[in-house]
Design a protein around this ligand. Sequence first.
Ligand code: EPU
Length: 433
Amino acid sequence: MPTPIDEGGTMQSLFIQGGNPLRGRIRVSGSKYSALAALPATLLADSPTVLENVPDIADVRIYIDILNGIGAKAERLGPGVVRVDPRGVNRHEVPYELARSMRASYYLLPVLTVRAGEAEVSFPGGDDIGPRPIDLHLMGFRRLGMEVRVEHGAILTRSGPGGPRGASIYLDMISVGATINMMLAAVLATGVTTIIGCDRGPHIVNVADLLNSMGAQVQGAGTDTIRVFGLGPRGRLSGCHHSLIPDLSEAATFMAAAVATCGEVVVEGVVPRHVEAMTLKLREAGATVLENGDSVAVRGTGRLRAISKVKTGPYPTFFTDFQPPLTALLTTADGTSMVVETVWMGRLRYIAELQALGANVQVTNNTAVIQGVPALSGARVTAGDLRAGAALTIAGLMAEGRTEVRGIEHADRGYERFDEKLRGLGALVSREA
Ligand code: EPU
């Protein structure tokens, strides 16, 4: 498990006084997945792009630093608004430490290869949630005619003769990152690229919409087969204005937190369809969830019921990022629940910390069997990744007494103003370095 350290190098703790129901309204920020793909995608254009609804989270701040570090001019113009001027890009090597600190730095491989003929990006880092191979990305780049080498912890890509050329690519696993990387690599290729086995999430559609607004021709995003009609090496993409979709994982986390504390919260600025998997599971547990336009009202009353089985998978099935918040909630549900994590093999590690709070959970391989207890009791626990931070915070809000969640800065990688939003709902939380 990595040492929890924030951007300034200090470990931070969230102190939670449990037992207070969350009440009120919160507004969901823009999508982390869309933002981390849209920022590098802007470099494919030859004029500036303005992105709206960009969340102010640690990974986005790092990405803005990366873009500035390679010569682009990326700046926040106001809340949620980021402008990227790609014209000054003058480096094809992404600064090692920045690239290493997150997963999504690999989107710069196709972008810089298309723009500058080559790219060098350190092997991506990100949350410690089990093995995170990138074999599909590298296979796809090669199919598109790029030369790919892995040396000394870095990935080096180079444009083959004549630039990228369209190809048929079959993705053996449904992958958010590989689907986006194939689109980025194919928009300026010569000929048609067919990507089979794509992720179908709304973030894929959002990124394809951005590329199309820039002048690309991407069809089929949101289905399992995407076709990209490449514009060829002489093709040009232009900057545009583009708005990012709401963050479904943040919305689902606050829905779970509200129900877990027997509270009543209206989650605003969300696309209810995107969080339907969470809605259905919360209803199964006995919560009330009402969808109304772009908001979802959730209410938890009394003890929840166990859920016989929750199995994670790619969108639209129960999204893996929803799993830790829901598992936290099930620790006090009446009966036995089973949670099967199929995407990230290390994503049940935080359960040892839930046990420290009094949860009765047995983990075998990728399956957690949860025997609901009447109550959790506050303790000192440590978050090893972003969603673990959210899950342990929810557990702390449910627990009797005081809980300290160490490593809470992991949550800042994906949740904008996490503690402030919780306090706005009446949570008794404070942060200390
Ligand atoms: N996979 C491979 N080979 C590859 C790529 C993926 O085997 O080349 C496997 C992975 O090991 C995993 C599955 O495919 O079992 C899905 O991985 P995916 O590529 O979709 O993950 P990702 O793109 O690296 C993004 C999010 C994750 C989120 C997953 C959901 C970003 C920056 N990250 O990761 O976010 O859990 O999709 O599939 O977009 C989080 O926010 O907490 C988080 C971890």
